[in-house]
Write a protein that binds this ligand. Structure first.
Ligand SMILES: [Zn+2]
Length: 320
């Protein structure tokens, strides 16, 4: 019997092997780990507004915000967040019907692999860079101007670029760069590289005063975060959107307590004052705001609450 048993065992083993070969072990489906193209579209009166996602940064906000880390951590916990805080980088494309306007340009990919997708998302949203007529820069930090140029060439070949005169005089000045601390000089170089092709072709227009630049879009000086930080008010048919640039970085903290400032501010007192002024007006007048670092798409309303604000993101729209 022994040989038969051995033969049977061999047969069972062979069947097991062959059935393994026919029906392979199922692995779980691989995780995909990406989002849909990052754009969000809404109408503002007759204007079409498209938020463009450039990517995100993981920020150690407990070290960046000018308050005790324990307070920051407690605020994050209240909002179901933890360190580091993944922070969106948003820009905004406005089609007024007569002009295609881009407000800020993202990092251009110079800040690492987690950002730099603005151009891909602009195309995914149905536009081309050569269609952009005017670019409005809120301020000259790299995550807002890096996308202007690539290797010395203007990414937006026909656009006129508008930026606050305070930033033009600061970030595009060799003398100011020479005066700056060594660790701040990279920021100057980034801005100079970004603006170089536009300056060379006479397409940089400093914004020296508040007022309308193209029909339906006006500048509102909000200096503090940088010397020439500028907000832009977009308005159609009485519906208004204030694009606030970097008046806020950490929603979970600075909405509840707008007095908290951040290490990126060049003048913390002025930056806080501008945040308080613009946010109070937006809440009082029930005006939409759009911000570069509120969670994508970064468009919503502020509601006065305690000594700060609650944030109501826009209701999702189908795009009309
Ligand atoms: Zn920024």
């Amino acid at each position: 019997m022994l040989p038969f048993r051995i033969a049977l065992a061999a047969l069972v083993a062979a069947v097991a092997v062959s059935s393994l070969a026919v029906v392979p072990v199922q692995a779980a489906a691989p995780q995909v780990r990406m989002q849909a193209p990052g754009f969000y579209r809404m109408m503002l009166g007759d204007f079409e507004v498209t938020a463009l996602y450039d990517g995100s940064f993981d920020l150690p906000v407990d070290q960046l915000l000018k308050q005790p880390a324990a307070r920051t951590n407690a605020a994050l916990a209240r909002h179901f967040q933890s360190l580091p805080v993944e922070t969106s980088v948003n820009a905004f494309l406005v089609n007024t019907g007569t002009k295609l306007v881009l407000i800020d340009t993202g990092t251009g990919g110079y800040s690492g692999p987690t950002s730099g997708t603005l151009l891909a998302n602009l195309r995914a949203a149905g536009y081309r860079p050569d269609q952009v007529d005017d670019i409005f820069i809120t301020h000259m930090h790299g995550d807002h101007v890096g996308g202007l140029s690539h290797e010395g060439v203007a990414v937006f070949p026909k656009a006129v670029v508008h930026a606050g005169k305070g930033d033009v005089d600061h970030f595009l000045s060799q003398a100011e760069m020479a005066r700056a601390p060594a660790d701040a000089r990279d920021g100057f170089t980034t801005a100079m590289n970004a603006f170089g092709p536009y300056q060379a072709s006479g397409r940089l227009q400093p914004v020296a005063a508040d007022g309308e630049i193209v029909p339906g879009v006006r500048a509102w000086g909000t200096p503090g975060h940088t010397p020439g930080h500028t907000s832009y008010v977009v308005e159609s048919k009485g519906v208004r959107l204030i694009v606030t640039g970097d008046l806020i970085h950490v929603a979970a903290v600075q909405l509840e307590d707008p007095t908290v400032t951040v290490a990126f501010d060049s003048n913390t007192q002025a930056a806080e004052a501008q945040r308080q002024k613009v946010f109070a007006q937006a809440a009082r007048e029930r005006t939409l705001i759009a911000a570069a670092h509120l969670q994508f798409p970064g468009i919503g309303h502020l509601v006065a609450s305690g000594k700060g604000y609650a944030y109501e993101p826009v209701n999702y729209q189908r795009g009309k």
